[in-house]
Design a protein around this ligand. Sequence first.
Ligand SMILES: Cc1cc2nc3c(=O)[nH]c(=O)nc-3n(C[C@H](O)[C@H](O)[C@H](O)COP(=O)(O)OP(=O)(O)OC[C@H]3O[C@@H](n4cnc5c(N)ncnc54)[C@H](O)[C@@H]3O)c2cc1C
Length: 508
Amino acid sequence: MKRADMLSSLEAGEDREWDLIVIGGGATGLGVAVDSASRGFRTVLLEQHDFAKGTSSRSTKLVHGGVRYLQQGNIKLVTEALHERGILRRNAPHLVKDQSFIVPNYKWWEGPYYGIGLKVYDWMAGSLGLGTSRILSKEETLELAPTLDADGLRGGVLYHDGQFDDARLAVSLARTAAEQGALVLNYCRVEGLLKDKEGMVTGLLMREGMHGSQHRLRAKVVVNATGVFTDSVLQMDEPGSESVIAPSQGVHIVLDHSFLPGEAAILVPHTDDGRVLFAVPWHGRIIVGTTDTPVSTVSEEPTALPEEIDFILRQIGRYLVKPPGRKDILSVFAGLRPLVKGSSKKTAELSRDHLITVSASGLITVAGGKWTTYRRMAEDTVNVAIGRTGLPDRECVTNHLLIHGWDGSDKLAAEKIAGEDPSLNKPLHAGLPYTLAEIALAAREESCMTVEDALSRRTRMLLLDARAAMQAAPAVAALLAKELGRDEAWQRQQIADFQELAKGYLAE
Ligand SMILES: Cc1cc2nc3c(=O)[nH]c(=O)nc-3n(C[C@H](O)[C@H](O)[C@H](O)COP(=O)(O)OP(=O)(O)OC[C@H]3O[C@@H](n4cnc5c(N)ncnc54)[C@H](O)[C@@H]3O)c2cc1C
């Protein structure tokens, strides 16, 4: 996937009419681009910043049915998500893995209660299940999670769910869409919609961020998949239009693996605010979260509130022999959930969890849902697009479409680069599993344009250890400058911008 080539193709074909243009390069938009392109539609995706810069790089990294939704009795949503979990595990085996979870029990009734609930969860997954749940004795629980507080512990329930790397999946989806013929461009912001005399959307205005050039693109269908920014695109369509998104912030902290050694994750079933909390091993660290804080303004770079960090430390601290403190936090990151407000009159009722609307202008908006269900949301969206336009009725094929890198090709490509230039065969930082060769590959094939792209989403260093990422920034800037043909002033600015951004990921 070469960004410069895709941009040239877009410019060369500026007078053509595309079948479908997607605004937004998070899970939802990338899913729509893969679906549309793989049905043979001429497809473009435009992302204003980097792929997954928004919510889609800031999740808990679970491909799950949602034990919490089961508790709430939302059977339809859980069944759909468990089904999608199985499909994603099959199509992206390089990015999704089986993760065992323990629900620790400190009260007599918790063993049978969660034990039965999780048997139902197994049963709902059917043949796409990842493993069988079972009730554990106190000894077995401590063997799997030795740092759990043994005082008052009665036992636990073991169950299985999926875990993934969200931003890497986003990049792999972008490459899959490109392999299916789509033009997939980051740093391209949509600034307005084009309409005909009848007020129907016929295309859009977009500004390319690296050179600042403006383009008018025509399309049969425009899909708004902009997450928490959904309302701003609806405003472009119809000033004063009703808001559909109620954003809610979720924060995670990242700790050293020693806080939860072993392979099992922990699910705290009941926090002070009546939610669940996860502590999950990920790339050799432990991610703990999350919170649920309604917010009134949306930002590309949301920041954790001190009280959110304290809340997470307090909740997880109750379960561990050695409660973590602020000084133990390697990184803290915040994301905004694009929650859909109550049902709208225009809703095409396709799932209780996500919303697809068609505006009077023909603009299609898809929002809500979760990473786990992105494929299904995309299928529903493209079906709506077919129903509303002259696009030919072609079947969705993503159920069995393998996602780029499934065969280990990215690993081989990085090894090849390192073989050709041994100076790139160096780790970016001791203790983190990334090399300079992966950054070179990202610049050449994954539209990696900035130090932030490299350290936050192509590798996950910023989330795993913010200080280590700050230390690696100069070497990454130098390599990117070489790969992208940038000068020293650019390098200095990139390092300064990244250091400023990374400060927001430090807890003290
Ligand atoms: C704290 C938290 C934890 C979560 N954990 C999980 C989990 O474990 N498992 C799970 O399945 N789901 C999880 N989710 C949900 C999941 O992350 C989201 O549902 C999903 O990422 C939303 O993707 P999206 O594409 O709709 O939004 P986004 O990822 O925000 O993408 C929208 C994109 O649109 C772009 N954009 C906006 N305006 C424009 C414009 N004018 N022009 C071009 N581009 C534009 C933005 O830059 C952005 O990149 C979690 C969410 C949060 C917040």
